[in-house]
Ligand binder design. Sequence first.
Ligand code: UD1
Length: 338
Amino acid sequence: MNILVTGGAGFIGSHTVVELENAGFRPIILDDFSNSEKSVLDGLKNILGHDVECIEGNCNDTEVLRSVFASHKIDGVIHFAAAKAVGESVENPLKYYDLNVGSLIKLIRTMEEFGVKKMVFSSSCTVYGEPDEIPVTESTPRKPANSPYGNTKTICEDILRDTVLSGRNAQFVALRYFNPIGAHETAEIGELPSGVPSNLVPYITQTAAGLRNELTIFGDDYDTIDGTNIRDFIHVVDLAKAHVLALKFLEEKEEAYYDVFNIGTGKGNSVKELVDTFEEVNGVKLNYKIGPRRPGDTIKIYGDVNKSQDILGWKAEKTLAEALKDAWRWQQKLAERK
Ligand code: UD1
């Protein structure tokens, strides 16, 4: 099966390309490299032993999509391509609505035009907002998003659901990711933030590597075990494997279908626990201080992942320690490259 992977040069996309190949699918990347680097393709080649087909183009452009579907027999789509910087989405909401929502609509229309029915969509636990109870299950009510970025994920889920409810024969799933971290164990691919990272783990690895002076932990006065936020940190390779199982699951489905799945470890860790684990497993001392809370941060969230296990047959296997070792190995490899 040929699988179109939009945003396949990105962090989660590139790891998913590897797992698709490992499972016998043929991934075809569509990426405009607006937030990724071409060197990712070299990393993929080093892991897989051959080139992965990559089309450079913007998936928010119907003509680009049409030409891809016209020139390839596409059997299914994994749609990663999207912008994801929470702060930027507050400054420039139209960019987010245009890109994240616009590209999904164009993609669904083009899929319909070419008779392609199956899609796995990248959603986020951001749709739960600050939940009243944890762990969150898929039936935990979604809350109004606290950023335009978050709102695009909620809207995109609704677009997928309503398209299927309209009676169209399509099979879609939205995977609600918790916090993906880590890198491929070969250190050939990993997270490549452009500029100052806003996510925790790349900030930590860059600080440990001496590229940043110190990490600021955003608040230690929350009502949690040690006062810092609680997240469900999941190894990116586990997350990538969930896409393969979701596609296999959709392969079997012939009737119209839409559902959402939590993709996390089922366990919460605090930011401080993550920092301590990073230091311990990698034998490095991290320079950090406690700073004020970051506006808009969810206090605590982690996912109940029984539904993914029962229906998709998926479960996270890697530990927080493995993820943090892999992230650090990747950062060191990046330093060698420079
Ligand atoms: C954020 C978004 C989420 C989005 C994801 C995409 C918010 C509220 N949520 O997740 O919707 O899907 O990014 O990448 O912005 N932290 C520090 N110091 C730092 C960086 C982070 O203490 O320098 C803390 C944060 O306060 C948070 C945790 O680390 O408690 C994780 O932060 P981050 O990696 O940015 O992810 P989320 O905020 O969970």
